[in-house]
Design a protein around this ligand. Sequence first.
Ligand SMILES: [Ca+2]
Ligand SMILES: [Ca+2]
Length: 399
Amino acid sequence: MSNFDSNMMKDLSLFGTIFLGLLLVQCQPDDAPAVVPEVSFPINISAEETEDNRVFEFPVVMNQSTTRDVILYYETRPLTAEADLDYIPVSDSLIIRCGTASANIQVEIIVDEFVEEDEEFRLVLTGSTNAILAGGVQEAIGTIRNDDSVIAVTQEGHTSAESYPGKTLVWSDEFNGNAIDLENWTYDLGASGWGNQELQNYTSNSDNAYVANGNLMIVAKEQGISYTSARLKSIGLQEFQYGRIDVRAVLPFGQGIWPAIWMLGDNFPTAGWPACGEIDIMEVIGSSPSTTHGTIHFGADWTQHNYVGQGTSLTSGQTFADEFHVFSIEWDANGITWLLDDSPFYSVSPNVVGSQPYPFDHPFFFILNVAVGGQWPGYPDATTTFPQFMAIDYVRVFQ
Ligand SMILES: [Ca+2]
Ligand SMILES: [Ca+2]
């Protein structure tokens, strides 16, 4: 052995002694008095739902290094975020080796392309070995911040017949193209503060109304302290007198949200409202998202406005936001019958108007809109979520 090698061995030996000494100080046998650290879990994590943030790391901090291995028991619990939909649920334990004072607990979130509310889950430390949870059960909140703009629409729900005995499909918009068909639809613009005291500003922007995945999408958005939405109408483009009309739609929901599928008489620009007549095929007040209303408005002039109508409700806690339903009228010279998913729930005959003129005997055009606020629905509050959307699969007219 050379002199050089001998010196190196002495150094290694000295190093080994010091290293072993450190281990003995830091990690004691089970029967030695233990240093019991306090564990806290002080940091909430808030991050956008992106691939870069796919793993939320929650730091665990101890007030001193442990002299034994510490075991922490933890689990996720849902708040507004849902297990297996928004994050991967965990219920596990973490071993923190003696001599360390911090660690991370990881929760994987689920990244998709669809718009969601910002959603929260809890990560709870439920127990510990060789450590104390400072102040009892410790928890941190994970907030998954939305970064998407694509609205997901279910395809589930009721579908109406493609034909009826003795009737012919005279017109439909199936919304199966790439854009709103301007041979069928034009836009109402503005409207904030119109007669119903609505809040929304109707636009022709492609983020308030667009065609995607076979549906017309009308999207009400919160933009600062105001709201935008869209109102499409077929005036001068597609107007019909009588027929079976089917509209398949998923509706928005929430306090102050007011979707409608309705019609006005084609003489609206000259005769005015309500003399032109109004047929509400569907109106839903978002705070009662299980009830649709069928209504007609009439009267020789505004001072003689009158209306009759009736609602019908889904059962078992279902809402019109859950899946598609078909809103229909059967309209002929004998009157109008409203149907929900092919079941009639209300009818009127011409004598319903009493001494007022009966206006439902000439062509009408369609209006499709999502209003925000108004005298009937009231106004959005803290429970109202945005964006809210109405998806329309088709509008069909059979005669
Ligand atoms: Ca998303
Ligand atoms: Ca369609």
